[in-house]
Write a protein that binds this ligand. Structure first.
Ligand code: NAD
Length: 272
């Protein structure tokens, strides 16, 4: 159902790879709510993914940008403002990648060059996005910037390896840049900490199916779907949440507040 929550708003959406991507769902909902936006992804991912299909469905243009390259981001923000005919109201950072996870490296055996790559792609890129937005004075007053995070920033999930540090840095950048952009022109910055979700990035983490099921059984509402995550992001881009900033917002069906649940006890009892 559409509420016209983003009518007249202009945005940039990073990270739609295929139909399972959280960014894909956000783009579809943003369109439904009346927003105009450009889509972007790393040049390589664009060749592998299906972003043009989404662009057609949303009547959006695609601008390639490697989010670790300030030059690419400068080009992206310049072109996005030209295409959309004005400053930007919302940005979704939906980017994550760890070469160590891809290569199945355990936490005690990380490749440090790859660790730095993980941090650059999954966390520093968020700083770079806001740095470019600030330098170009590209954000409208009361704009909203959201990045997606995961609870491994606070708790230990062994198979999430160096992405845990990346998410901790990402959330810290949201607080620190949130202060800066809030003072500068009332732009808010938040991270949404999402339940395990069956996407390319999600299912690439070792043991994903087990911790997906575990989180689902622990959460009184069950795991939050990609679609519900999109709904939440839309609310954060809308004018209904103008005073929410510098927060890491749990979107996890209640998981983060649980100790143990009856469903998990039952599962363990069945096994033993
Ligand atoms: N899937 C989950 O279980 C889950 C849970 C919590 C948070 N998240 C976060 O949600 C976000 C989106 O992931 P997703 O689950 O939709 O998976 P996804 O694989 O669909 O999206 C990840 C995106 O990051 C992009 N990307 C990688 N390197 C890039 C670069 N250098 N420049 C620009 N883009 C680049 C990929 O091309 C891809 O589109 C990530 O930040 C992820 O960590 C996912």
């Amino acid at each position: 159902m559409s509420y016209n929550l983003l009518k007249g708003k202009k945005g940039i959406i990073f990270g739609a790879l295929d139909e399972k991507s959280i960014a894909w769902k956000v783009a579809m909902r943003a369109k439904e709510e009346g927003a105009e936006f450009v889509l972007t992804n790393a040049p390589l991912a664009m060749r592998m993914g299906e972003i043009n299909k989404l662009a057609e469905a949303c009547n959006a243009q695609v601008i390639p940008a490697d989010a670790t390259s300030v030059e690419d981001l400068e080009n992206l923000f310049t072109k996005a403002q030209e295409i959309l005919g004005g400053k930007i109201d919302f940005v979704l950072h939906s980017i994550g990648m760890s070469p160590n996870i891809r290569k199945g490296k355990s936490y005690g055996d990380l490749n440090y060059d790859w660790f730095l790559k993980t941090l650059d792609i999954s966390a520093l890129s968020f700083h770079k996005v806001m740095h470019v937005a600030e330098k170009q004075n590209a954000m409208n007053e009361w704009g909203s910037i959201v990045a997606l995070s995961y609870i491994a920033a606070q708790r230990v999930f062994p198979d999430y390896t160096d992405m845990s540090q990346a998410k901790a840095v990402l959330e810290s950048i949201a607080r620190n840049y949130g202060y800066r952009l809030g003072k500068l022109n009332k732009v808010r910055v938040n991270t949404v900490s999402q339940s395990p979700t069956k996407t390319t990035a999600g299912t690439g983490v070792g043991g994903f199916d087990a911790f997906y099921d575990y989180a689902d059984k622990m959460s009184p509402l069950g795991n939050a779907s990609a679609e519900s995550c999109a709904d939440y992001c839309i609310s954060l881009f809308s004018d209904l949440t103008r005073m929410v900033t510098m927060q890491n917002l749990m979107h996890d069906g209640g998981f983060s507040t649980m100790g143990i649940s009856e469903d998990v006890v039952e599962m363990i009892n069945k096994q033993s």
